[in-house]
Design a protein around this ligand. Structure first.
Ligand SMILES: C[S@@+](CC[C@H](N)C(=O)[O-])C[C@H]1O[C@@H](n2cnc3c(N)ncnc32)[C@H](O)[C@@H]1O
Length: 300
C-alpha cells in the first residue's frame, strides 16, 4: 500500500507485510502486481518463490526461488502501477502524465477534478501529487469502471486522496458543490467541448484545464469552446524515445590499422572489452494523444 508515515508523507520506508501489494520485477518489460499472502507462492520461469520469505524485507529487496532464480520486490509507486494495471480502457502513460502534472501546476494541497476515470492510471499519479492535504474528485459514467478504480485506489494506497463519483460529466457537468474551488481540471472524454463550460465554472480564478484527445478534430472543437472563457490555449503532443541500455562487447582497438596487408595481426586486435551501450528501442510508442491546456480568463 502507498502509506503515509507519521509526518503524513507518502513513503515506502518500511518493510513488506502480509496483505501488501508489491510489484514483482523480473526485468523492465516483465513486471506484475502481486498481493502478498503468507501462505501463497509465486511460480515463474525462475522457480517457486514463497511469499513468507518476502515478509519483513524492505521494498526493493532481491529474493530467491527454490532454484536460485531471483526477482525484485518493488513498491507499487504510481509510475510502476501505470505499467502493470489492468487496462479497462485506454490509459495515459508516464510521459503524458508527468507533463500534465507539471503544466497543471499540481502540488500538495490542490483540489483537482477529473473525468473520465477510466483505468485510473492518471488518477493514481494525481492523488500522489496532491497528497497529503489535497484531493482528487474523479468521475466516470460507467459504474463498473468506477467501482474497479475504487478497488485499485485501495490496493495502491491512495484512496484517502481520491473520491470516485459516477456521473455523466458531458451531460450534467461537474457537481455545483465544486463551483470556483478547483485548482485544475483534467478531461479525457470523447466530446470534451460539452464539458468545457462547466469546467470554467468549477475552476478558481487563474485555474488551468487540460483536455486529452487522440484526434485533432476533437482538439479543434475543444479550442473553439475554450475561446470564450479561457486564455493561453496551448496544445502539445508528447513523443518519447526510449533507449535500451545493456552490457555489450566492443573491439578494444577499433582504429588500429595494419601497416601492410600481409602483416599478421597482433593478439590485441582480437580482444574486446565490456562496455555499457545504449540504443533506441525498436518499439517506441508513437502518438498517444494531444494535450490541450488553457487558463481561465481573469474576470477583473
Ligand atoms: C480513455 S478513458 C480515461 C482513461 C484515464 N485517463 C486513464 O489514464 O486511465 C475514458 C473514460 O471516460 C469515460 N466517459 C466517457 N464518456 C463519459 C461521460 N459522458 N461522463 C463521464 N465519463 C465518461 C469512459 O467510461 C472511460 O472510462
Amino acid at each position: 500500500m502507498l502509506p503515509t508515515d507519521s509526518t503524513k508523507k507518502l513513503s515506502f520506508n518500511r518493510c513488506i507485510g502480509d496483505g501488501d501489494l508489491v510489484i514483482v520485477y523480473e526485468r523492465h518489460d516483465s513486471m506484475k502486481a502481486v498481493k502478498v499472502c503468507l501462505s501463497s507462492v509465486l511460480q515463474n520461469r525462475f522457480g517457486v518463490f514463497k511469499h513468507s520469505d518476502w515478509i519483513g524485507k524492505p521494498f526493493g529487496s532481491k529474493v530467491f526461488s527454490n532454484k536460485g532464480g531471483f526477482i525484485y520486490l518493488l513498491a507499487p509507486t504510481p509510475e510502476l502501477w501505470t505499467l502493470v494495471l489492468s487496462h479497462r480502457t485506454q490509459i495515459l502513460y508516464i510521459a503524458d502524465i508527468s507533463f500534465v502534472i507539471m503544466y497543471l501546476e499540481i502540488v500538495p494541497g490542490c483540489l483537482v477534478l477529473e473525468s473520465g476515470t477510466g483505468s485510473g492510471s492518471l488518477t493514481t499519479s494525481l492523488a500522489r501529487a496532491v497528497a497529503p492535504t489535497g484531493h482528487v474528485y474523479t468521475f466516470d459514467f460507467h459504474e463498473q469502471r468506477a467501482a474497479s478504480a475504487r478497488e485499485d485506489f485501495e490496493r495502491t494506497g491512495v484512496s484517502s486522496f481520491v473520491t470516485v463519483g459516477v456521473r455523466d460529466i458531458q451531460g450534467e457537468g461537474f457537481p455545483d458543490e465544486f463551483s470556483g474551488l478547483a485548482d485544475s481540471i483534467f478531461l479525457d472524454l470523447p466530446q470534451p467541448w460539452l464539458t468545457i463550460p462547466s469546467a470554467g465554472k468549477m475552476l478558481k480564478q487563474d485555474g488551468i484545464l487540460c483536455s486529452f484527445s487522440p484526434c485533432i478534430e476533437q482538439v479543434q472543437r475543444s479550442c473553439e469552446s475554450l475561446r470564450s472563457n479561457f486564455t493561453d490555449i496551448r496544445m502539445f503532443e508528447i513523443l518519447l524515445r526510449t533507449y535500451e541500455v545493456r552490457q555489450g562487447k566492443v573491439d578494444s582497438l577499433p582504429h588500429k590499422r595494419k601497416k601492410h596487408s600481409n602483416e599478421v595481426s597482433n593478439k590485441q586486435d582480437n580482444q574486446s572489452t565490456a562496455a555499457v551501450m545504449a540504443r533506441p528501442c525498436g518499439e517506441t510508442r508513437g502518438h498517444t494523444g494531444y494535450l490541450t491546456f488553457a487558463r481561465l480568463k481573469c474576470l477583473s
